[in-house]
Design a binder for this molecule. Structure first.
Ligand code: ATP
Ligand code: MG
Length: 419
């Protein structure tokens, strides 16, 4: 019997895990500087949370959810994104009663039943930030600045920030009407999905990836024309804030994002170096969500960054050097007495933070030393009966191929001195 990882999932190990840890470390440090604290929410939530939170007409809810049904218990779904869970936690734990804003981040796996391809998996990972408790455009700018700085610190080049405003509830209503008319006139040129969804949520058509639909969308009326005075002012304020922080952007009136909950600001960071799945980060303001989740009306803005896509850029742009960490010392042994000494000393060194290895396969000395070379050990020793009896061992500097006699009982101090 042999097993395979499920389609659309990947094992992350070896050199890759080193890249992941580096990137995660950068992200955590940035959140520390931006005074954003981590939140870990469950991997599954009540299905209804996503239906309400992400939106009934989105691709995520209509096609992509991993929903688990267990007889007699409520339906739960593996999280397809992180915002709904964070919003649920904000309400359930009464975080709104704390002094605001509440700034949270997460690094989490997410699950979507999609057709796997480059940059698109069924289990993938997101780094996300949510800022709850303010309607002010400066918070939109702050969220964008976190993502911008994260991409900068990782070193990603040639990435473009696109921003747009979808307006508030009133502007959305007006725009939906205008858009529905436009789509109605062009209905014959749209894909089946869009023909279905345009009645319920015409905005979804703007987000369609089908080439046929993209051609139609080219000429669609822009949401910008429907923004009321307040929403226009909010968008202008955001642009001023970004200018103030020296964050470069372009305004793209066609950006709507794939989730229903956005209001006013939406944004994307896009790369054209990783194929057609070029959006590495998407976000926006979602002032209705906390209310939807049963909390008090609360302003909110956030984003999610797709870490697999980030990793594709980290590799193709060669942003992180490969793991150069080598083993500090290889402790070879001869016979059982030698092994017991090697094990005891190895354990002692490891407790002192020294990267020590010893033989656990009962190999010949020759094979042990070959292995020491292979794992790039900086130093090596071989402990046998004689070495134990005479408290003396030959310490070899593997790189320079020089040896010196030292006291076995002083091995720890001698190694510490040399590292
Ligand atoms: P896309 O347009 O690529 O389907 P989306 O609009 O569904 O993206 P969001 O829900 O906003 O994406 O998720 C935020 C980010 O998560 C995306 O910009 C992307 O980088 C990443 N992402 C989304 N779906 C996947 C997936 N199936 N595999 C890998 N990364 C993904
Ligand atoms: Mg998608």
């Amino acid at each position: 019997m042999s097993f395979k990882a499920p389609r659309g999932t990947k094992d992350i190990f070896g050199e890759d895990i080193f890249f992941w840890q580096k990137v995660e470390c950068i992200l955590r440090n940035i959140c520390e500087s931006f005074c954003i604290s981590e939140i870990r929410t469950p991997v599954f939530e009540q299905t209804e949370l996503f239906q309400r939170g992400v939106g009934e007409t989105t691709d995520i809810v209509t096609k992509e959810m991993y929903t688990l049904e267990k007889k007699g218990s409520e339906s739960v779904t593996l999280k397809p994104e992180g915002t709904a869970g964070a919003a649920r936690a904000f309400v359930e734990n009464s975080m709104y009663a704390n002094p605001q804003p509440t700034k949270l981040y997460y690094i989490t796996p997410a699950f979507r039943y999609e057709r796997p391809q480059a940059g698109r998996q069924r289990q993938f990972h997101q780094f996300g930030v949510e800022i709850f408790g303010s309607y002010d455009a400066s918070c939109d700018a702050e969220a964008i600045s976190v993502a911008y700085e994260a991409l900068n610190k990782i070193g990603i080049k040639n990435i473009e920030l696109k921003i747009n405003s979808l307006g508030g509830n009133e502007c959305r209503k007006k725009y939906n009407g205008i858009l529905r008319d436009f789509i109605g006139r062009n209905i014959d040129n749209l894909c089946d999905d869009c023909r279905q969804r345009f009645e319920k949520n015409p905005l979804r058509v703007l987000d369609c990836k089908n080439e046929k639909c993209k051609n139609v969308i080219e000429n669609a009326p822009s949401v910008t024309e429907c923004l009321n005075k307040e929403c226009k002012a909010h968008f202008d304020e955001l642009k001023k804030n970004l200018d103030n922080m020296g964050i470069a952007y372009t305004v793209d009136p066609k950006i709507v994002r794939g989730l229903d909950y956005y209001t006013r600001t939406v944004f994307e960071f896009v790369s054209n170096e990783i194929g057609s799945q070029g959006t590495v980060c998407g976000g926006g303001r979602y002032d209705n969500l906390i209310g939807e989740c049963g909390g008090p009306e609360t302003g909110a803005v956030g984003f999610a960054m797709g870490l697999e896509r980030i990793m594709m850029l980290v590799k193709s742009q060669e942003l992180i050097e490969s793991n150069s960490k080598s083993v500090d010392i290889y402790i070879g042994s001869i016979g059982n007495e030698g092994f017991l000494k090697a094990q005891a000393i190895g354990y002692e060194l490891r407790k002192n933070g020294i990267r020590a290895e010893y033989d656990t396969l009962k190999r010949s000395v020759k094979a042990q030393l070959k292995y020491a070379n292979k794992i790039n050990a900086k130093y090596s020793v071989v402990i046998g009966e004689n070495e134990v009896q005479n408290d003396c061992v030959s310490l070899k500097n593997m790189k320079e191929s020089v040896q010196e006699e030292i006291k076995l009982s002083m091995l720890r101090d001698e190694i510490l001195k040399r590292l």
